[in-house]
Ligand binder design. Structure first.
Ligand SMILES: Nc1nc2c(c(=O)[nH]1)N[C@H]1C(S)=C(S)[C@@H](COP(=O)(O)OP(=O)(O)OC[C@H]3O[C@@H](n4cnc5c(=O)[nH]c(N)nc54)[C@H](O)[C@@H]3O)O[C@H]1N2
Ligand SMILES: Nc1nc2c(c(=O)[nH]1)N[C@H]1C(S)=C(S)[C@@H](COP(=O)(O)OP(=O)(O)OC[C@H]3O[C@@H](n4cnc5c(=O)[nH]c(N)nc54)[C@H](O)[C@@H]3O)O[C@H]1N2
Ligand code: SF4
Ligand SMILES: [Mo]
Length: 696
């Protein structure tokens, strides 16, 4: 709960970081006379080790920012202008209920209403509980939440069986760590500290990333493939492993399925062929394959960067085969880690109540919200945005903005800040920060369950997501008892209590203690003796279920939709591959409005290699135009060999309205989806870069 440290009006409250980050740190919030005065990392929480990242280390900047939305507001100016006047909660709720009833009773029905939310808050309650119940009962369109991880998850799960992997805490004992498609210093700090410790103990670190990120810079070796070519690279590695007798035959024979078919496919992928597609030296492929085949324990930290391409699902499939081929899963400090989210028996059915769904509403993909708002039938007539900032983060901004700007679209936004999306709101509603509400947390990077106790009262009239939807449900007249459950009631339902991983857990004890590890063996090595939760019970190099769904039974090399190799005519006009990975001081678009973090990131930047800059007469410090057929935005050039030739890099996600030309990287990204998981393909994008004055 709120342990009193014995100094009068001072309390220390146990919380959890809510942000979309694998680390899910345990926070200690010190409160004096009702005001939070410090936020620290909990030293007793093994994954956190007492350290928060720079963003959340300064969480009071966010919590007490003068820019917080503190009261419900109604739009008074044109859409997009962000002009509001204050109204009461009663009026806000009544306005929503009136409009939702009209739409639900219209001939087109309630599926004209669309909830739009993602992981702005990863707490199990604030992420998805009362809100889902409300929209299900209403019969609103369903949202396919694909903007981040669904391609990688689909690819990984098809091979391994579940969204589980090695224990991040074991990485200190790894002797080889391959950091594949992840800038861990920025986005997975508490893994990085373990990798550093392993390095001190003699481990070899290899980064696979199209650009020399801060993380790649600190590894022993950096392999820089062209974006979207990871499946070819993985096959090149498999080829060498097989050719040189480095496969763990015993592991393969006992615990895997489809080796012969995989070997036949890998035989086609000589390192020379893979190297030509990836544009990396053959020697790097040979060396890494030998390391993977000979160093134990070996760990692969694979992250989502590689899956934001047309072939993202298959790329993850190919990488997921490697630790089974080498037998790396045998060791606790070996194997691979994409996500641990599947280790938690979250009871989604109890929380979200899909049984309440009225009718057979359609599903709308959040990654193509631009198209959905402009061309759905029946049209989307109301959108309710929370835990997300789609105008900044969704691909192909021009279409997203055009959709949100529709005068006939009723837009509700619930957020802590006046985001790019909020500017289009008819109603803007104030949300609580993590210090102001209750929650229970799983993680996608470690194996602990955590409680977040509120430490301060809500600022202004801010409400948690759960309470907002509870009030909306009551005003709609929904009388199912589930709409009256408190946040504590919801938290008690968060996990399937009969699951052995959660056995004996007790919500009140968790609130008091702050965290507990899932009931897994201390020396957790999930697949040391096989036991893959796939249909066959084996690691499926070859998948009958994917074949039945029309996919290649084996991992397939699917080239990017936009690349010089796969689309030369497009590349003739737009020759540079464009990636826009997370900036260290932002969390997606969160924190990108707070002065301290904006100052650290210095403004929108474009990293470009000297070989690409010179013919374009681009020098460091120049403003450049990044453009393609979908749109354009501007950034300050940084000429550097950190970007490899042919690839430009724009750390993201900046707010549009805080950028010099009012646009950001998503002006050029496209709405094409991945091969598996229906996900966004942010990094599958060709552009040209020019100086603004060179405009035709
Ligand atoms: N500071 C900070 N932390 C974050 C976030 C943030 O915005 N800022 N975002 C959070 C979120 S939502 C997520 S999903 C996670 C994970 O987010 P990730 O997508 O894993 O992000 P990064 O760690 O930057 O790793 C992506 C890396 O992949 C590289 N990359 C791009 N294309 C390719 C490719 O085709 N192949 C390979 N091998 N690499 C490629 C990029 O250059 C980048 O360095 O991070 C979370 N943590
Ligand atoms: N170009 C480019 N675009 C990208 C990416 C990229 O790498 N490049 N990454 C993509 C990825 S991986 C992701 S996950 C998406 C993420 O995109 P989003 O899910 O939109 O994440 P954020 O931009 O952090 O916006 C979350 C919003 O939720 C609000 N919020 C936080 N807590 C609460 C709460 O309790 N209640 C309510 N109502 N609101 C709250 C925050 O203030 C913030 O405005 O962006 C994607 N977009
Ligand atoms: S954003 Fe990530 S690293 Fe930073 S405090 Fe939150 S969980 Fe920890
Ligand atoms: Mo994400």
């Amino acid at each position: 709960m709120a342990p009193d440290d014995g100094t009068g009006g001072r309390r220390v409250v146990r919380g959890a970081c809510p942000h979309d980050c694998p680390d899910t740190c345990a926070m200690l919030v010190t409160v004096e006379d009702g005001r939070a005065v410090s936020v620290r990392g909990a030293a007793d929480h093994p994954p956190t080790q007492g350290v928060l990242c720079t963003k959340v280390g300064r969480y009071l900047d966010r919590t007490y920012s003068p820019d917080r939305v503190l009261h419900p507001m109604r739009r008074v100016g044109p859409k997009g202008r962000g002009e509001f006047e204050r109204i009461s909660w009663d009026e806000a709720i009544a306005t929503i209920v009136r409009r939702f009833r009209e739409l639900a009773d219209s001939a087109e029905g309630p599926e004209t209403i669309l909830p739009y939310s993602y992981a702005g808050n990863m707490g199990i309650l604030q992420y998805g509980s009362m809100d889902r119940r409300f929209f299900h009962r209403l019969g609103a369109s369903l949202l396919d939440r694909t903007i981040c991880a669904s391609a990688g998850k689909a690819g990984w799960t098809s091979v391994v069986g579940a969204a589980v992997g090695m224990d991040v805490e074991a990485c200190v004992d790894s002797r080889l760590i391959v950091i594949w498609g992840s800038n861990a210093i920025a986005s997975n700090l508490h893994f990085w500290t373990r990798a550093q410790e392993a390095k001190r103990r003699g481990a070899r670190l290899v980064a696979i990333d199209p650009y020399r990120s801060a993380t790649a810079e600190k590894c022993h070796e950096h392999i820089a493939p062209m974006p979207g070519t990871d499946a070819a690279l993985a096959y090149g590695l498999m080829h060498v492993l097989m050719r040189d007798g480095l496969v763990d035959r015993d592991y393969v024979q006992r615990y895997t399925l489809g080796y012969d078919a995989l070997a036949a496919r890998a035989a086609e992928w000589t390192p020379e062929r893979a190297a030509a597609i990836c544009r990396v030296p053959v020697a790097q492929i040979e060396r890494l394959a030998h390391d993977l085949g000979t160093i134990r324990p070996s760990a692969i930290r694979v992250n989502y960067g590689m899956q934001r391409h047309a072939g993202g699902g298959n790329a993850m499939r190919a990488v997921a085969c490697l630790p089974a081929l080498t037998g790396a899963w045998r060791d606790r400090a070996g194997g691979a880690l994409l996500t641990t989210s599947g280790a938690y028996p979250v009871d989604a059915a109890a929380l979200e109540r899909p049984d309440l769904i009225r009718g057979q509403p359609r599903t709308i993909n959040m990654s193509t919200i631009g198209d959905a708002l402009n061309a759905s039938e029946p049209p989307v007539r109301a959108i309710f945005v929370y835990n997300s900032n789609p105008v900044a983060v969704a691909p192909e901004s021009a279409k997203v903005v055009r959709g949100f700007a529709r005068d006939d679209l009723f837009v509700v936004v619930h957020d802590l800040f006046r985001t790019d999306t909020a500017d289009y709101a008819d109603l803007l509603l104030p949300a609580t920060s993590q210090l102001e509400h209750l929650d229970v947390h799983s993680s996608y990077g470690h194996l602990h369950v955590q409680a977040n106790n509120p430490s301060i009262a809500p600022l202004g009239e801010a409400l948690p997501n759960t309470e907002l939807f509870r009030r909306l449900a009551a005003t709609m007249g929904y009388d199912e008892p589930c709409f009256r459950e408190s946040d504590d009631d919801l938290a008690r339902r968060a996990f399937r209590a009969d699951d052995p991983r959660i056995v004996g857990w007790d919500w009140d004890a968790l609130k008091r203690d702050g965290f507990r590890r899932l009931a897994l063996p201390d020396a957790y090595a999930p697949f040391a003796q096989g036991g893959f939760p796939t249909p066959s019970g084996r690691c499926e190099f070859s998948s009958a279920s994917l074949a039945a769904a029309g996919h290649d039974p084996l991992p397939e090399v699917v080239l990017p939709r936009e690349s010089p190799v796969s689309n030369p005519s497009l590349a003739a006009r737009y020759p540079l591959a464009f990636i826009s990975p997370p900036a260290r001081n932002f969390l997606n678009s969160s924190f990108a409005n707070l002065p301290a973090f904006v100052a650290e990131e210095r403004g929108p930047r474009l990293l470009i290699h000297p070989e690409d800059a010179a013919p374009r007469a681009i020098v460091s410090g120049a403003i450049v135009r990044i453009h393609n057929d979908r749109g354009e935005f501007q950034a300050t050039a940084e000429v550097t060999d950190r970007a490899r030739p042919g690839v430009v890099v724009a750390p993201s996600v900046w707010w549009r309205k805080l950028s010099p030309d009012g646009r950001n990287a998503n002006a050029v990204t496209g709405q094409g989806l991945t091969d598996m998981g229906r996900a966004a393909t942010f990094y599958d994008c060709l552009v040209e870069v020019s100086r603004p004055e060179a405009r035709a």
